[in-house]
Design a protein around this ligand. Structure first.
Ligand code: NOJ
Ligand code: CA
Length: 711
């Protein structure tokens, strides 16, 4: 990293103690490489470090204080003095082993401020502020020091003072789960507490009027902001407590009753980065790489053991009630049928697995997930003690593990392991080594993990420090064995995939499966156009798209998806993940003995990208994204809309000059509607060049997908 010189120095005003009689002492400022964003720092009259942020001359974050509360100590963040300020900058390009794009530009200016308390036993901390063209990050460092060693953090008080009553897309600040629906209200109307009782969530805890992150906003001036955190390591997850009267957010960390605080820390330590992304269009937020840039480079080396892929699974059939996870026949998801034993509806049988393998290999799909292959599923949610109900080695007697593995190998299909931990991480940590060795011995390179239920032991939450460390341990132990992780009920994504690219995907949102469980509605049409601008800013999503049987005709007839079939196709492009499920049952992709014509898009669509461009969109309304396949000239476009019918103009000017492509457009058919006529679709093939403009209709809850193949 080089230090500022010459002209750059002019951007930094280091005026310590210069304004002696004013209330606030201006310290230093740091400006984004393009000069649009400025973060100013100061000490207020109490000696509290404060900062403000402006964008193109307008204040975005007004005077916001920082501070910490440690057990048995005085509040840290008053009577501070500044001991030093240094600046540096970086302008580099790094490569993603897999991702939304190959090359990522990492360009920022950084200010480091060193603070010390006044008095006899001064405590110290440093603040790092990195300003990029697309936002800023702020992190604290507690360096080695005399009067602080082991501490119990009771809370961190980082403020974000907003400058208006913004329009906000928010999730309640649930300490356990991110599977709530987003609300869209004015900041002043945020009421997280009203979301406490959720019928379909077994673990949920919302102690404060706080929001989870990423939380996305639109200002009256038409700017888009999203607040989150990056590099959440050995610390508690951050929710943002809202002061609806004063438009202020303050960090509120996830706690632990066992700990009696928020995080146990040993000096020296760093906190995660507190981040704000900014965009002049909603799509700018999606194109931003701020979160990954605020993580350390790859520490685990080559991850080519993981291949980005589409996968089928013995999975959706349990969610819609066709089959069960357990062989005893009592378990389909959240409809535990007491006494319904021996109903012979076990999904993971040898025969069924082979049927999925055939389907995958016939359609060029590389992966197969099998859930319910291992014993223990009759106990997993309904016992009072879920500890140790699974080992990850013993198949049910009707699942010939070796035969399935051999058949998959013969057909060129890779089997994905499933480890549902029942939210019993202590047991899982004991089992991990053996379970990962078992996987590798059998040629398995990735595992879907799960943490359904309240964390055992009681008093810990999915997003507390103890679990942050557990999820981290899973990543690092798996990396040692060359195993990739797709976690459900995960810790939130904070860009750690840069450092640990075996963190391939995760849930951490209300996924497709909710549609199967909710007779009262499932995910509303606005859900995914919201997700694209909120949850997706944090990282890849295992959403599990591609359901064609929209109304679950033979099974849960009271439940359904709230999208059209064309939108299901579009999701392969819109919702990014290096693994994409082809979620429906093989038989649902067949029409009169032939593969469904729209399935061709799923066959063709890529899962790993050279570059991604957001063509259009508004948070919660609609979004259109184009992505170029990695290592090829092919492009794919996906567009989705919520309730609003749209005539979407697509300009193909993302294509290179002078080339002609064959574009196959999969769109909503005449009269399509997510509820009244979800499966009406049309397919059209046209030639396109960089100059083409095509208007494509999107039905309510609809969308379109385009494959653009180089000729
Ligand atoms: C919840 C996960 O999200 C889902 O995909 C999985 O099938 C069940 N848990 C069982 O592990
Ligand atoms: Ca889940």
């Amino acid at each position: 990293m080089r230090t500022f010189t010459g002209a750059m120095i002019a951007l930094i005003t280091l005026a310590i103690f210069s304004i002696s009689c004013s209330k606030e002492q201006t310290l230093s400022s740091i400006t984004s490489p393009d000069g649009n964003m400025v973060v100013n720092t100061a000490l207020n009259a109490e000696g509290t470090p404060v900062y403000t942020v402006s964008y193109k001359g307008k204040t975005i974050i007004d005077t916001s204080a920082v501070g910490f509360e440690f057990k048995g100590q005085e509040y840290l963040g008053k009577n501070m003095i500044i001991e030093g300020a240094t600046t540096s900058s970086k302008d580099e390009t790094w490569e993603m082993p897999w991702g939304e794009q190959r090359e990522v530009e990492n360009n920022y200016n950084e200010l480091k401020l060193s603070y010390s308390e006044q008095g006899d036993s001064p405590r110290k901390f440093n603040i790092f502020i990195r300003v990029f063209n697309d936002g800023f990050g702020l992190r604290y460092e507690f360096p080695e020091q005399e009067y602080m060693t082991e501490v119990l953090l009771m809370d961190e008080h980082t403020e974000f003072a907003l400058t208006g009553d913004h329009d906000v897309w928010w999730l309640p600040g649930d300490w356990d789960i991110y599977e709530q629906l987003y609300s869209n209200t004015k900041f002043s109307a945020i009421d997280a507490i009203a979301m406490r009782d959720h019928p379909a969530l077994v673990a949920t805890y919302i102690p404060e009027n706080a929001v989870n992150t990423p939380v996305t906003m639109k200002t009256d001036d038409g700017l888009y902001l999203s607040f989150h955190e990056a590099d959440l390591t050995n610390y508690a997850g951050m929710t943002l407590k809202v002061d609806t009267q004063n438009f202020k957010m303050t960090s509120e960390l996830v706690g632990s009753e066992r700990l009696g605080g928020k995080a146990k820390l040993t000096v020296p330590f760093n906190t995660p980065w507190r981040t704000m992304q900014i965009g002049e269009s909603a799509g700018d937020l999606i194109e931003s790489n701020l979160i990954v840039n605020l993580n350390e480079p790859n520490e685990i080396g080559d991850v080519s053991y993981f291949t980005p892929m589409k996968y089928v699974g013995i999975w959706w059939e349990m969610h819609i009630g066709k089959s069960t996870w357990d062989m005893e026949g009592s378990q389909d998801m959240n409809t535990y049928i007491e006494g319904a034993k021996n109903s012979s509806r076990h999904g993971a049988t040898t025969e069924n697995a082979m049927r999925y393998i055939d389907f995958a290999s016939e359609n060029g799909i590389k992966g197969l997930l099998v859930e319910g292959w291992n014993t223990g599923w009759d106990q997993w949610i309904n016992t009072t003690d879920r500890e140790g109900v699974f080992d990850f080695m013993t198949p049910y007697p009707d699942y010939d593990f070796d035969a399935v593995m051999a058949y998959a190998k013969e057909k060129g299909v890779e089997v994905i392991m499933h480890h549902e931990t029942s939210a019993a991480p202590r047991t899982y940590e004991k089992q991990m080594e053996v379970a990962y060795n078992f996987m590798k011995k059998n040629g398995m390179n990735s595992v879907k993990t799960g943490y359904v239920g309240k964390i055992i032991p009681e008093g810990e939450y999915h997003h507390g420090q103890w679990m942050v460390n557990h999820y981290h341990k899973v990543l690092t132990e798996a990396a040692k064995k060359k195993i990739a992780i797709n976690a459900h009920e995960p810790i939130k994504a904070t860009g750690k995939r840069r450092t640990y690219p075996n963190a391939i995907s995760r849930e951490g949102l209300r996924g497709q499966e909710f549609n199967a469980w909710s007779p009262d509605g499932g995910n509303p049409p606005s859900h995914l156009p919201t997700i694209a601008f909120t949850r997706m800013l944090s990282g890849p999503i295992d959403f599990t798209p591609g359901v064609f049987n929209i109304k679950f005709d033979e099974y849960k007839t009271t439940n359904q998806l709230n999208t059209t079939l064309a939108q299901q196709l579009a999701l392969y492009v819109v919702i990014y993940s290096p693994i994409q499920m082809v979620a429906d049952l093989p038989e649902h992709y067949m029409v009169d003995g032939e593969i469904h014509p729209a399935f061709q898009f799923i066959r063709d669509v890529a899962v790993d990208w050279e570059q991604s461009v957001v063509l259009d969109g508004e948070v919660g309304d609609y979004v259109v994204i184009a992505r170029q396949e990695r290592g090829s000239d092919n492009w794919f476009v996906g567009g989705i809309t919520g309730e609003t019918v749209r005539a979407q103009e697509v300009s193909f000017d993302f294509l290179p000059e002078g080339k002609t492509y064959t574009a196959t457009i999969y769109k909503d058919g005449d009269g399509a509607h997510w509820n009244d006529n979800p499966t009406a679709y049309a397919i059209e093939t046209v030639e396109v060049t960089k100059d083409s403009r095509i208007t494509i209709p999107m039905a309510a809850g609809g969308g379109f997908a385009i494959s653009i193949m180089a000729k």
